[in-house]
Design a protein around this ligand. Structure first.
Ligand code: GLU
Length: 338
């Protein structure tokens, strides 16, 4: 039986770093280097390796991920692996999931420990990602699984995966839904299929996303926040160049009461989505009164981000704005997220 063809696209990140003469890690390795470091890959799959960029994921752009999605869409392979930095993996994987409609597995992976450290995780994660892409259960359910992340022998849905720690080896998790599968010995153990109704409804409404970048401000709420960044956006004729805003609100969707007026004015100026700074998760809609609880904010025209993490809500809002959706269409689309 012929081996599956797996296309590996390398963007950069810790997995692709090399020490410079002073011992500091710099971007250096390309896709071929990553593949060479894991000889076992060749026994599992026919690998095509492509270096897309050599950048830290903290410097990737929306445009670069749109270009990557087009490359993945054009790939003839039986599975696609993206290697990149861990810092924005939770955002890039979700954006790819919004943009791609593929019947083959698409998996993003990375490394927390760089190649100069003892037991770096890059080679193991790449091997795991290829195993996942070649697995019969994963291939049979590729569309139902959507874009996945494979890190430290667990497989996560792009919509739920978050980087939950800056440095630990086990930095990734899906707190809302848990992993989709685990890797053990040489097997993939399925644990569940994601509920994709909201993402599929979103993708239908987005259609084919063309258009240019539309920056979205992320306004993280904290104790006693005075709202001066919102005032600054409103004071500028073009809202400082932001086409929309995400407010990372407290708890089930609350912000300090002193911000009632400025938040309502911001929501009239640009589409403004509220999502929970608790890290996403289902939000309230009709429990608490007061101008800056969920009932008041929703009445004032703020769009509810539902269960999306603020970072994912920001990715989705940028995509909506880029697609040219109206404010009403954006509100309708976010409503599916609970
Ligand atoms: N900040 C870099 C990046 O995201 C390194 C972090 C990493 O890959 O873990 O690419």
């Amino acid at each position: 039986m012929s081996k599956p063809r797996i296309h590996i696209l390398a963007l950069g990140g810790t997995i692709a770093t090399r020490p410079d003469p002073s011992g500091v890690m710099q971007m250096g390795a390309g896709a071929d280097d990553l593949v060479k470091a894991v000889p076992l890959l060749g026994t599992l799959a026919d690998i095509e390796a492509e270096t897309v960029s050599r950048v830290g994921s903290h410097s990737l752009s929306f445009d670069q991920i749109h270009a990557l999605a087009a490359r993945i869409a054009a790939s003839k392979a039986d599975g696609v692996i993206v290697t990149q930095g861990t810092d924005t993996l939770e955002e890039t994987a979700f954006l790819l999931d919004l943009l791609l409609e593929r019947d083959v597995p698409v998996i993003v992976t990375a490394a927390m420990r760089n190649p100069s450290l003892t037991s770096p995780d890059g080679p193991g994660n790449l091997l795991a990602a290829v195993r996942v892409a070649c697995d019969p259960w994963v291939r049979a359910h590729a569309r139902a699984l959507g874009v996945m992340a494979a890190m430290l022998d667990e497989v996560y849905a792009a919509v739920d995966v978050i980087k939950a720690h800056p440095t630990r080896l086990d930095a990734f998790a899906s707190p809302q839904s848990g992993p989709l599968a685990a890797l053990v010995e040489d097997r993939i153990v399925p644990l569940g299929l994601p509920v994709r109704d909201a993402i599929e409804a979103t993708r239908r409404k987005l259609g084919k996303v063309a258009g240019t970048a539309k920056p979205v401000a992320l306004l993280w709420m904290g104790l006693d926040e005075p709202g001066r960044l919102m005032e600054a956006m409103l004071g500028a004729s073009d809202q400082l160049g932001y086409g929309g805003a995400v407010i990372a609100a407290m708890g089930g969707g609350h912000i300090p009461e002193r911000l009632a007026d400025v938040a309502a004015r911001l929501a009239s100026a640009v589409p403004t989505v509220v999502s929970s700074r608790a890290g996403g998760g289902a939000m309230l809609r009709q429990t608490y009164g007061g101008p800056t609880s969920e009932i008041g904010l929703r009445k004032a025209g703020l769009i509810w981000g539902g269960r999306l993490h603020p970072l994912k809500a920001r990715v989705l809002l940028e995509t909506c704005l880029r697609a040219g959706l109206s404010r009403a269409a954006i509100a309708d689309l976010f409503d599916a997220w609970g």
